[in-house]
Design a protein around this ligand. Sequence first.
Ligand SMILES: [Cu+2]
Length: 196
Amino acid sequence: MCLLKVYEKKTMKRLLMVLLLAPTAAFAQASPDSPAAPTAHVAEPGEAGSAKIGGIVIENAWVRGTPPGAPVAGGYLTIRNTGSAPDRLIGGTATFAGAVEVHEMTMANGVMQMAPLPEGLPIAPGETVSLAPGGDHLMFMDLTAPAEPGTTVVVTLDFAEAGPVEMAMPVSPLGAQSFDGHSGDAGAGHGEGASH
Ligand SMILES: [Cu+2]
């Protein structure tokens, strides 16, 4: 009897501790002021298409406009590494896409093909890397909404060393002039015409 009571007391005490601690921990996690909250930089309206994190400077970023129902969209930008260490663009997230990949273009049997870069896109110290139509590009996959011309989309890019950086990317018109244009092949592969 006596032993059982002691055991019960101990259990009660432990339960109380859990009850007291649990809400505090949950609240701390949910609080927007928590230091653990994401610290991605939110682009101001005036600086759409550019961003900076650590030694990484992004400029001239844009997304090619897509018609409703397009499965993918292409993204293009210039990345400068002003730091002293190598870095890599490894991917990202976007509000209008299920996934963001970094693709490279390669020539195989006379046909241009694209594939995700498994190690990401390296940017050496002091180097400037351009992702442009017809070459390496960001690929927004599984679009949940079209990239509507004239709007901006919110994109977070992940760098292996510098970390994530959030930015607004302006959306170009459909068939923007800087588009390299393999046309007339809608529905094939990545959905050409909508993205590249
Ligand atoms: Cu692609």
